[in-house]
Structures are given as C-alpha cells and as structure tokens.
Design a protein around this ligand. Structure first.
Ligand SMILES: CC(C)(COP(=O)(O)OP(=O)(O)OC[C@H]1O[C@@H](n2cnc3c(N)ncnc32)[C@H](O)[C@@H]1OP(=O)(O)O)[C@@H](O)C(=O)NCCC(=O)NCCSC(=O)CC(=O)CCCCCCCCCCCCC(=O)O
Ligand code: NAI
Length: 720
C-alpha cells in the first residue's frame, strides 16, 4: 500500500490505496516502515511522500473508525516523519484532507500541485483533526485562519494554502520532478526550524479574544452541533498549552467526539449519501449497468412556485429551458420573477452578473406546449391534479420526439397512472423537487412499473449534474418523502389533544429541525395541503367538512381546513398557524391568540378533552409514526435501503444530519424500544393506520438474524 523506491538519492514513498489513498492500517504501517528505512539508508538524502492516482491521502480511513483500531496510529507515524534525520517533503495533489494534511504538516516541507486542495473536513464527520492538526495548523497560519478552516471544514486551493503559509511552493507540471527540484534547493538547511512541534503559535497572546468571537459565531451557526466547539477548544489549547499537553487535550476531545452519537450519525451520513446514489431496480438493472442519456435541452410546464424553481436549477447548470405557462401574462410574470430570484443570488454573491445573464439567455418562454418537439426532457409542474396532468402527458406524447423523457414533479400522484396515457411509459418518470427548488438539494426520482433503466439512469444523472442529491423511489402514493412524513398529521392530532402549535414547533426545533412543522406549513401555504386533502376526498367520493373527524375509518383533523376557510393561508396572507407583520415585511412568526381560540373552539365542538402533552410524547408521536412508515416503505421496496430514506429526510426536510435521519435515529434509540412505543400508540390510537406496526420492524426486533443486514449497522454502534 506504500511503494518504496529510491531515485536520485530520494526515497519515494508512494501511497497506493485507491480510491482516495485513505490512511488505513497498512498505509500507516507502510509509511512508518518506509520513513524508518529511508532514515537508516545512507544512499538516501531526502524522503518524498506522494500519492498514486488521483490524490494525496484524503484522510484517515473512515470505515476503520467503527471498528477497534490498531497501532501504529497516525500521530505515531507523524512523529516518526518529523523526527527523521532526513528532510521529508510531502508532494500534494488532488485533495490532501484530514489525516492526509496532518501527515503533510508533520513533514518538513510541503509542495502543492496547482490544482490541489487542502483542508480539514473532520468537523463534517463530527470530529476534529485528531492527529495534531489542531495544534500544528495554527503554528503555520495563525489562529484566525486555523479556527476558520478547522471549524468550517472548508477546502482551500493551493494558491490560498500558499498565502496562508500551509504550503511552501505551488508547482505546475510533473509533481514529483518539481518536488525533487525544490528539495535540491533546500537540502542541507537545518531541519529544526521546520519542525512544527518546536514552533510556537505567533498570535497566541490573542487567543481568548479570537476564541470568544469564533464561539459566538459557531453557537449561532451550528445550533446543537458539538464538534465545531470541540475544534475551537483544541485550537485554544494549541495556543495556551505546551505542545505535548495541547496534543493530549486534542486526543481527549477527539476521543469524546469519536465515541459520541453525533459523530456516529455523521459518519453514517457520509456513506449513506454515497450509497443513495447507487440504485437497483427489481428487474436487475442498476446504476452499475445502466447508462444515462445526455440531456442537452429541457422544457418545464407550469411556471408556478415549483416550475420556476426547477427552470432555475436547469439554466444555472447550462441546460437551455423552454418554460411553458397557460398564457402570455402568466409567462411574463414568471420570467420576471425568475429574473428577481437570480438577482437575489447575485446580491448574495452566489453568482456573478454575467452568470445571471448567461442563465437568462438560455431561458425561453412559451404559452403553448407545441414548441416542445425537440427537447430531450420535459418536467411538468402544473397543479396537483391527475386529470390535468394526464391531459398534458397525452399531448406531450404526440408532440415530443420519441426519445424525450416525460417527467412529472408531482408530489403524490401515481407515476403509472400518468404514464398510462402515453404510448411510451418506459420514458415516463417522476422528478420530485422540493421547495424552494433552486435551494433544496434533494431530487426524489420516481420510477413506475414500466419506467426503463435508461430513463432512471438519466434522471439520476441529471440530478447530479444540476447539483442535487438524487434518491430513487418506487411509485406509490406520496413516494418516500411525503408518504412517510407523518409529522404534520401527528402534530395536528397533538394540537387537538392539548399541545399548541408553538409548543410542538419548539420541541422539533430543539430536536434539531431548522423549523417547526407549523412554521413550515405557513411558509409553503396552508392551501397546498388543503388541495391535496380535497383531491384525496374526491378520489374517495367524500366531502370534507369542518366537523370531519374520521375519513374512511381513519382519524382526521380539520384544524388546517379551518385555517383555510378563514383565509389564513400562511405567510403569503400574513396569517396562518402564526401571525406575521406584513407591514414590516417580516417573516417572523408571532404566536396568535386567535389561533389558540380557534383550536379550543374546535376541541369543544368535537368534545375532545385536552391534556398536558410532554416534549417526549411530541418527539415520539411525530418521529416514531414516521419511522414505522419508513419500515413499511422498505418492506414494500418503495425505498431500496434505509440510507435512501435518511438522505431524503436530510436533504428534503432538513432533518439534522447529526442525527443521521429518522431510520438511523431509530436505530440509535434502539429498534426494540421504538417498536414497543409504536405498539403502545397503536393501542392508544387504533384509528390511525400509521401506528399499525410494520411487519419488517417486528421481524427485525424479534428475529434479527432472519432479516438481511441493514447497511447502517455496518458503520455504527447502533443497537436493536
Ligand atoms: C476525498 C473526496 C473529496 C473525493 O470525492 P469524490 O471524488 O467525489 O469521491 P467520493 O465518491 O466522495 O469517494 C470515493 C469513494 O471513496 C470513499 N472514501 C472517501 N474518503 C474516504 C475516507 N476518508 N475513508 C474511507 N473511504 C473514503 C467514499 O466512501 C467512496 O466510496 P463509496 O462509499 O464506496 O462510494 C471525498 O470522498 C471526501 O470528502 N472524503 C472524505 C474526506 C474526509 O472526511 N477526510 C477526513 C477523514 S477523518 C480524518 O482524517 C481523521 C483525522 O485526522 C484524525 C485521525 C486521528 C487518529 C488519532 C487516533 C489516536 C487514537 C489512539 C487511540 C488509542 C486507542 C487504544 O489505545 O486502543
Ligand atoms: N409547492 C410545493 O411545495 C411543492 C409542489 N410540488 C408539486 O409541483 C406541482 C406544482 O406545484 P406548485 O408549483 O406549488 O403549484 P403552483 O400553483 O404554484 O403552480 C402551478 C402552475 O402551473 C400552471 N399551469 C396550470 N395548468 C397549466 C397548463 N395547462 N399549461 C401550463 N401551465 C399550467 C399554473 O398557471 C401555475 O402557474 C404540483 O404537482 C405539486 O404537487 C412538488 C413539490 C413541492
């Protein structure tokens, strides 16, 4: 794993552990032995550490973190490098990250190839750079840059690294040749000043001031996340303590993080995200054996909230779009609105004026779908109405070229029903974006029973190309995301039983959700849910009233319908579950006593006896109902694996990454405990079928060995 050779009196230690040269045990052993061998070899004047393939080591081997590790540990390897009697040069290319950068900081000199990037991304894994990265980086860069880089996990370019003093030279061309040339220019110079363990932190006297300022920022930015603060404490130690004691403090903080729940969840999330990009269809097709088509042009039908957002995603990635609306006036409004949104991006520094112009240049409007005959893909985003969508797909089938993919942004409707009106159902799929589509990272792609592997491969690939995290779902009512989301349903029941909307929002926010469910409902519009419920009632041939308490034997809450009837549609009308100060254009939700009165009246009318509800019950009711549905989704093959579900929740509903996702969270609580509580709530609420315990969960708890191993178990200390 570390190839050793001597060339021109240089010992070259080439790290060869694809794909990212992670510093797994054999690499650490190879480095340690290689440096000792080279140090003892009289024919060697200097040592060069270099990565084979696309990168210098991108970090420790994260997979090893969930197993008992073995020496030599990285700091031991590092100190062997630093104390070598021969100068050691790290030649950096690709992404020299985490433990990789630490190895470089133990070396006496660092040379970076022009396109290389360096950084400490450990904070994203709930960790700190625990091989003395927090002690060494400030010795090179000073405290402010070290604090920023380590607490943000940001990767910096070779050029910036040179400016910060992290690397000694940036080179172009053959890295090894250039490193040798640099080495020759410094051979013979004393090594002691190059050993960071012997240097001090130049702005150490300012540490308290920098620490306080950074802490204030971090607490605001990363509410509930512990690793950034630990990083900061360790960096403070680097300035306040002698080197050895600082390293001990770093080790203690690292061990605390490593054994904690947040890092377990974040490490799981790292692999889950990559696992979600791989897919398998029941017919044997998979991401490994299916090739995507190239999408060179697109059309979006419906330029409302979603259609406009989807069009932005496409044009931002350089894909020309024809945007279709019902008439010229609506089209004009939509195009103007897109212009404003992009203007906002410019103001926020997310794009330049020129990039905005480039985007608008490839956006074309149309008030009829007749113009779509040449596009490679159509994404329909009209109202959530099956009949309307079928009419549109029937027309598209006739107008578009035979190879075009026809996709719907439907949030709930069966893709098979939409595909059934076309002559090419293999080309039909769901591409479910989340609002606001130009911000939210998730693209939930949906395949129907006839969707072809090429279609699936293309929409999964398209997601990646437009900067989304794509996850695949089989068609069903609501797909993974909306079918599983029982938070809103249970939250409404909890309000009927005794809680108030802001109580529930507070508990969910304390759990780590960026925004409570009622605030989200106000933001997206009370009318959205109302339309979905009306559509559902129509399908079942029933009429919903404000007194409706059961629908087809299922408990139903009409609280949101009451808001709708009062014209309280959320933020857009200045009133919803909360009140908003529209005069000052404020989006800040204000608790509204009128809503409390409305809730109390509702309960009185329906003779619901209100009671005290604990935060624990709120979490259990909202999350365990969701988890139970998640297991049903797995059982039915709607989601292929728990990772897919968790990634949908992280990127579609902003579920806190440091809790892994609802399925992972359940595994951390203990599946047995979760199952028992689900059974308890099923007994308490027999008229909510989402409490009917999942067979898969029951089997997993009672006969774990009979259930195929769930991937998440590989990376964590999760328990049954
Ligand atoms: C590197 C990337 C930027 C590459 O991106 P890209 O090209 O897009 O490829 P990907 O699809 O992301 O990745 C390809 C493939 O590689 C896998 N992979 C990537 N990185 C790693 C990794 N670090 N480890 C393992 N595997 C990795 C990835 O999963 C993909 O495979 P797939 O899942 O099968 O598809 C990008 O990948 C990236 O950003 N990677 C992560 C980089 C990172 O986070 N690095 C930091 C790692 S943590 C680290 O380095 C820790 C430390 O610094 C501290 C170590 C301290 C040790 C101190 C220990 C002292 C302990 C003493 C204990 C004593 C106990 C006792 O006495 O018993
Ligand atoms: N709003 C949301 O948060 C989300 C909505 N969705 C789904 O996206 C779709 C669109 O939703 P929204 O954008 O919120 O609705 P919207 O009401 O904001 O926009 C729909 C647009 O479609 C246009 N339209 C209707 N019939 C048309 C036709 N025949 N030809 C051209 N344009 C037509 C309307 O004029 C309107 O501008 C729905 O299927 C919805 O379920 C999916 C994810 C999230």
């Amino acid at each position: 794993m570390v190839d050793y050779r001597v060339e021109d009196q240089f010992a070259i230690l080439e790290i060869n552990n694809p794909p990212v040269n992670a510093l797994s045990l054999h690499v650490r052993e190879g480095l340690l032995n290689g440096v000792l061998r080279a140090s003892a070899d009289n024919n060697v004047k200097a040592i060069i550490l270099i990565g084979k393939g696309k990168t210098f080591p991108s970090g420790a081997d994260i997979k090893e973190f969930s197993r008992p590790g073995k020496a030599p540990w990285l700091p031991e390897v590092g100190h062997t490098i630093e104390s070598s009697n021969k100068p050691v040069f790290s030649a950096l290319h690709g992404t020299a990250l985490g433990g990789g950068l630490e190895i470089a900081l133990f070396s006496h000199y660092r040379i970076a190839e022009k396109t290389a990037k360096v950084g400490f991304p450990e904070v994203h894994l709930g960790l700190l750079p625990g091989a003395e990265g927090t002690i060494r980086l400030p010795r090179l860069t000073g405290l402010v840059i070290a604090m920023e880089m380590i607490t943000s996990g940001r990767q910096v370019s070779a050029k910036e690294a040179l400016k910060f003093g992290i690397v000694d030279k940036v080179v172009e061309g053959n890295l090894l040749k250039e490193t040798k040339a640099f080495a020759k220019s410094v051979l013979g110079q004393p090594l002691e000043p190059r050993k960071l363990s012997l240097c001090g932190v130049k702005d150490a006297d300012q540490v308290d001031k920098y620490y306080e300022a950074a802490l204030k920022e971090l607490l605001k930015k990363y509410r509930g996340v512990i690793a950034p603060v630990s990083c900061l404490k360790s960096i403070r130690g680097s300035a306040q303590l002698p080197y050895k004691e600082a390293a001990e403090l770093e080790r203690t903080l690292f061990s605390e993080l490593m054994s904690g729940a947040q890092s377990a969840a974040l490490r799981y999330s790292f692999f889950a995200e990559r696992a979600a990009s791989r897919w398998n269809l029941p017919n044997g097709a998979s991401s490994a054996n299916s090739k995507p088509l190239t999408i060179k042009s697109a059309a979006v039908i419906g330029a409302g909230t979603m259609g406009s957002g989807i069009a932005i995603c496409l044009i931002r990635s350089g894909i020309p779009v024809i945007l279709v609306e019902q008439n010229e006036k609506m089209l004009e409004n939509a195009l103007r609105n897109i212009g404003y949104i992009l203007q906002g991006s410019v103001k926020l520094g997310r794009m330049t004026v020129d990039q905005r112009s480039d985007c608008l240049r490839i956006l074309q409007g149309a008030a009829s779908i007749e113009k779509l005959k040449d596009v490679d893909i159509v994404i329909e985003a009209v109202y959530e109405n099956l009949k309307l969508k079928q009419e549109i797909f029937e027309k598209l089938d006739k107008i578009c070229k035979p190879t075009a993919l026809l996709c719907s942004n439907t949030s709930t409707l069966d893709i098979d029903l939409i595909a059934s009106v076309t002559s090419k159902p293999d080309r039909v799929a769901g591409t479910h974006f989340f609002a606001p589509a130009y911000i939210m990272k998730l693209l939930e792609n949906i395949y129907g029973s006839k969707t072809s592997p090429i279609t699936v491969a293309t929409i999964m690939d398209l997601g990646k190309k437009i900067g989304k995290i794509s996850v695949l779902s089989k068609t069903c009512d609501g797909f993974i995301a909306n079918r599983m989301n029982k938070i809103g349903t249970e939250a409404a029941f909890l309000v009927e039983e005794g809680a108030l909307p802001h109580d529930i929002d507070q508990v969910l926010e304390d759990f780590g959700m960026p925004m409570g469910v009622f605030k989200v409902s106000d933001l997206s519009g009370i009318d959205i849910g109302w339309s979905i419920r009306q559509e559902m009632a129509k399908k079942q041939g029933i009429t919903l009233t404000l007194e409706t308490h059961y629908v087809s034997g299922e408990r139903y809450s009409s609280l949101a319908d009451r808001l709708y009837n009062l014209g309280r549609l959320g933020l857009k009308t200045g009133k919803g579950w909360y009140r908003y100060n529209n005069a000052s254009n404020s989006r800040k939700p204000i608790i509204d006593p009128d809503v409390t009165d409305m809730i109390l009246n509702h309960c009185e009318k329906l003779r619901i006896k209100r009671r005290q509800i604990s935060p624990q019950e709120i979490i259990e009711r909202c999350l365990y109902a969701t988890v139970n549905e998640g297991f049903k989704i797995l059982e039915e093959g709607v989601a292929e694996k728990p990772e897919d579900i968790d990634i949908v929740w992280q990127y579609g509903f902003s579920f806190p990454r440091y809790r892994g996702g609802p399925m992972f969270y359940a595994s951390q609580v203990g599946l047995k405990k979760v199952y028992e509580r689900i059974c308890y709530y099923h007994e308490s609420f027999p008229y909510s079928k989402h409490w009917l315990p999942s067979d898969l969960l029951k089997k997993l708890v009672s006969h774990p060995n009979e259930v195929p191993i769930n991937l998440w178990m590989n990376y964590t200390n999760s328990k049954l």
